[in-house]
Design a binder for this molecule. Structure first.
Ligand code: BG6
Length: 275
């Protein structure tokens, strides 16, 4: 464990590594296979969001009038509230928190606490994401877990559970379309916000042929993103040749905001299973 990284370890080949900058999960090794993608050009300078793993977007997904794109959570150092603890049965759990502070108040003048609890199991990991309004006024936010999956060839990876759903296509002027494919695969710059998605997606052909199941609670939207060749070249913290090796399948509450009254909580979660 280095000063800014926390490791939840079940065994030498099953572990989760969390960087305190953004509480970004930067590695999930499941029985020896790395499931998450992190760019070789990610800066890790504690200024720019980590390019890969699972950055947390809060209190905004996307461009923001009050602060940086995707909010401040992914570019703020979180507190480890509970260090990795082995539970009966061998699962390992750790808790990270983010509270309002002088910096967050300059952008978003609200009192809040985000509690992010990560539990590593044998072939899955569970993220519980809770936002409390600790202030005196109601506030609204959007939130998303920006999961970068490692794939061997993105054109051969498929995502289930999207057929018949409406999506906003960010590469086609934000127009809304309806998905007609049973299994979605990508072959171009892809940036779609699918709305009212089911509680699970099966992603085939992740990393070395693995299947990943993403189960979500209270996160009604799913963003599917890959910058493809041209956009990848324009990104300073992403290798030109890396786009075929990653696919973002992002669970969020983004197409409509959540509003929380003082004292109220928003409770959401994601479970990722690797088979
Ligand atoms: C996705 C968005 O979630 O994140 C894209 O839908 C965006 O529009 C991408 O380009 C990456 O964002 P960033 O700020 O990490 O470069």
């Amino acid at each position: 464990m280095s000063a800014d990284r926390v490791v939840l370890e079940r065994s030498t080949d099953t572990s989760l590594t969390v960087h305190l900058f953004g509480a970004t999960v930067v590695s999930w090794k499941c029985n020896g296979s790395e499931i998450l993608f992190v760019s070789k050009n990610s800066l890790f300078n504690n200024k720019k969001a980590i390019r890969g793993g699972i950055p947390v977007c809060f209190p905004q997904f996307g461009p923001w009038d009050l602060g940086p794109q995707h909010g401040f959570a992914r570019i703020t150092t979180w507190t480890m509230e509970q260090e990795p603890k082995t539970l009966s049965g061998g699962d390992v759990c750790a808790v990270f928190t983010l509270n309002d502070n002088e910096e967050t108040r300059k952008m978003w003048n609200h009192g809040f606490k985000v509690t992010y609890t990560l539990t590593l199991k044998e072939t899955e990991f569970v993220s519980d994401f809770v936002v409390n309004n600790t202030g005196e006024d109601p506030f609204s936010f959007t939130a998303l877990l920006h999961t970068y999956l490692s794939v061997s060839d993105v054109t051969k990876t498929t995502v289930s559970g999207l057929k018949g759903l409406k999506y906003v296509d960010k590469v086609r002027d934000g127009q809304t379309f309806t998905e007609d494919r049973e299994l979605v695969s990508l072959s171009e710059n892809y940036d779609r916000v699918y709305m009212d998605t089911p509680s699970g997606h099966i992603v085939h052909n992740v990393t070395t042929g693995k299947t990943v199941i993403i189960k979500k609670t209270n996160l009604p939207d799913t963003v599917v993103w890959n910058p493809w060749e041209e956009k990848a070249k324009a990104m300073g913290d992403f290798g030109d040749d890396e786009y075929p090796k990653m696919l973002c399948v992002e669970a969020g509450h983004v197409s409509s905001p959540v509003t929380l009254d003082p004292g109220a909580s928003f409770i959401a979660g994601q479970v990722i299973v690797a088979k």
